[in-house]
Design a protein. Structure first.
Length: 228
């Protein structure tokens, strides 16, 4: 169980509103995130490349603000993006998967849940054949859970038992959650070619899949952040 307390929601509200991020849609922000790696099929980012991507995103979203960011917001933004790198980085390589980061960042953007999901499928569909594999869906769900964990204050239960908040436990929780959620989709749909399209996922979700993944509703910032 992930716990996101009101202070964390208010922090996220400050970040997305005072940087102007909430005014931009997923495709716009994804292009900025992946700008330096768009020619590579499986883009990865060093910390330097990640920091450059974050600067690109927030330089763009703040460009039309009436006043520069306050020092307190700049400090909160730096702390938040540093935590994002830590959460998204592969512990073996200390690099971030660019597509996973772009998928996760979609949570913080403007747009309806359905529009964001459709865009995420487009990001995952690297060969542009409209089909997305089970591994690619797992990558999306993992990125979503990483983003939620990045803004959460703690999590308290895994498999019905109490758990700690150390990095190994967090990684275990994210991996277990993404594997379980992905299996719910593919066990229900049983795709013959091992892949699904956006319409398959949308139909599954509407017809009851939302009970397995109710947290997907958090893709719509208006339901929990913008209204804070």
């Amino acid at each position: 169980m992930i716990s996101i307390n009101p202070n964390q929601v208010q922090l996220l509200h400050r970040i997305v509103t005072q940087t102007g991020l909430y005014q931009y849609d997923g495709p716009t922000v994804s292009r900025l995130v992946l700008y330096d790696s768009k020619s590579r099929r499986h883009p990865t980012m060093t910390k330097k490349a990640f920091q450059a991507a974050m600067k690109r995103v927030f330089d763009h979203t703040t460009s039309n603000l009436a006043a520069p960011l306050s020092s307190s917001i700049q400090q909160e933004l730096t702390a938040f993006t540093d935590k994002l790198f830590t959460m998204f980085a592969n512990p073996k390589t200390n690099k971030v998967n660019g597509v996973a980061l772009a998928c996760g960042f979609t949570v913080l953007c403007n747009g309806r849940k359905s529009d964001k999901l459709e865009h995420i499928f487009e990001l995952l569909d690297e060969d542009k054949d409209t089909w997305v594999s089970q591994d690619e869906i797992a990558k999306f769900i993992q990125s979503f859970l990483i983003m939620l964990m990045s803004v959460s204050s703690s999590f308290t239960h895994l498999y019905g038992g109490a758990c700690s908040n150390d990095s190994a436990a967090i990684t275990q929780t994210i991996d277990a959650g993404s594997d379980w959620a992905t299996s719910q989709v593919f066990d229900a749909l049983k795709p013959k070619n091992g892949s699904i399209c956006f319409d398959d996922f949308a139909d599954w979700y509407t017809k009851g899949g939302y009970q397995s993944m109710p947290w997907l509703e958090l893709l719509d910032l208006r339901k929990w952040v913008i209204s804070a």
